[in-house]
Design a protein around this ligand. Structure first.
Ligand SMILES: [Zn+2]
Length: 409
């Protein structure tokens, strides 16, 4: 039996079992179509001791990140989110040319570019070499490494310490959580600030976002559990913000436990109290999620079966990781979805893992005029509906699968 990645307790309680699924970022090229494809369990547990919701790391971080296909800069709203973040951090923590901003999993430099533009020294740490290369070409110094205690010690030995240590959507993808947080403790200046953004488990459950579960996401965090993990490594949460990104994320602010210059704010106490009253410190609250997810699958299939019986054509929009969890769990292939489209040229011409649905450039929608467009990255539904609003010219309608199937009138 597996044990908890934070506290080591044996894991007994199922959170949700999504069956067997391929790695959701392993897009299939045409010459791989007839080859065998590895599938791994997507069986998520919740720890009965610390309530960390987690998936066993069936594949190593190295395998996942060696050629990760996700480029952060492909969503307009995300780019804007990062610009606003930069403005606010520079102002709040008075950052300038003598400070250092370090980002963990810095991707293609989508965030650090805003600090560079303000003349603030930065360092990105990014394990995927092909993505780090894009950042370096943009003039963003990037170290191709997996962050943890050892890398933090090497950087400190070279005289590097962080005034602002940022990590967006990386904490979930770290298999050795304790090593990663220990590294943050080492790399942070005595009065420095850590900010992390990650999807909020409370929102995942309330809004049925089970498709954000995939093999590359090892952990799913409540605020309560993250505060506990950081406290175990001498780091104190002093503020938290609830953000609309990725279906509802937290921006978590931490500092050294010894740093008295930043008092713990009211929002920390309020959110801890809210999670406690919602039952996040007891197993019952987690146990009903599995059935909720199965019912969502039945409703989505009922819609798709009805549409196909009426002779309608259905195309997808987007090829995000979450789409792959949804399609594989629900068993939706080209029998329902003719194709999907994505703005990311890296994915175009490839096929979705498992379901082998072909991925085209967005223009394909204009050419084929589908009756329905199923929006897979539902967190971007507003911007996608604007970008693809022309489907209304031929009476096309948008379908959003989560929290439950919803068709535009
Ligand atoms: Zn635990």
């Amino acid at each position: 039996m597996a044990s908890c990645r934070f506290c080591g307790a044996t894991l007994h309680q199922t959170f949700v079992d999504l069956g067997m699924s391929p790695l959701c970022e392993s897009y299939v090229s045409r010459d791989q179509l007839n080859q065998m494809e590895p599938f791994y369990p997507l069986h998520v547990y919740v720890c009965g001791e610390c309530f960390l919701v987690q998936l066993e790391a069936y594949v190593s971080d190295e395998h996942i990140f060696s050629e990760y296909a996700y480029f952060s800069s492909y969503s307009d709203s995300w780019v804007e989110h990062c610009r606003v973040y930069t403005e606010r951090m520079v102002e709040r923590f008075d950052l300038g040319p003598r400070d250092h901003v370090v980002e963990l999993a810095s991707n293609d430099g989508y965030l650090l570019q805003h600090f560079v533009a303000k003349g603030i020294p930065v360092l990105g740490i990014e394990p995927a070499a092909n993505i780090a290369e894009v950042a370096v070409r943009k003039g963003i110094p990037t170290l191709v490494k997996f962050f943890g205690e050892n890398v933090a010690r090497e950087l400190v030995a070279e005289g590097m310490k962080a005034d602002l240590l940022a990590g967006n959507n990386v904490l979930a993808q770290v298999s050795d959580l304790n090593d990663f947080v220990k590294g943050m403790k080492i790399l942070l200046k005595p009065q420095g600030t850590i900010t992390l953004e990650f999807p909020h488990l409370m929102r995942l459950m309330a809004e049925n976002q089970f498709d954000t579960i995939y093999h590359e996401h090892f952990s799913y965090f409540s605020f309560t559990t993250v505060v506990k993990i950081f406290a175990a490594h001498g780091l104190t949460a002093f503020d938290v913000e609830e953000l609309p990104t990725h279906g509802g994320s937290l921006r978590f602010y931490a500092r050294h436990a010894e740093d008295a210059s930043k008092p713990v704010g009211e929002r920390v106490r309020e959110l801890l109290a809210r999670e406690a009253s919602a039952g996040f410190k007891g197993l019952e609250c987690y146990a009903s999620f599995d059935e909720q997810v199965k019912e969502t699958k039945r409703k989505l299939l009922a819609f798709l079966i009805k549409a196909k019986r009426e002779g309608k054509s259905i195309a997808g929009y987007g090829a995000p990781g979450k789409g792959n969890t949804l399609l594989n769990f629900c068993g939706i292939r080209t029998d329902f979805l003719d194709y999907t489209v994505d703005r990311n040229p890296y994915k175009q011409g490839k096929f979705l893992p498992g379901t082998h649905i072909p991925i085209f450039a967005p223009d394909k929608i204009r050419e084929t005029k589908p009756d329905y467009v199923l929006i897979l990255p539902w967190n971007l539904k507003t911007e996608i509906k604007e970008q693809v609003s022309y489907i209304r010219d031929w009476g096309g309608r948008f379908v959003v699968p989560i929290p439950e199937v919803e068709v535009d009138s």
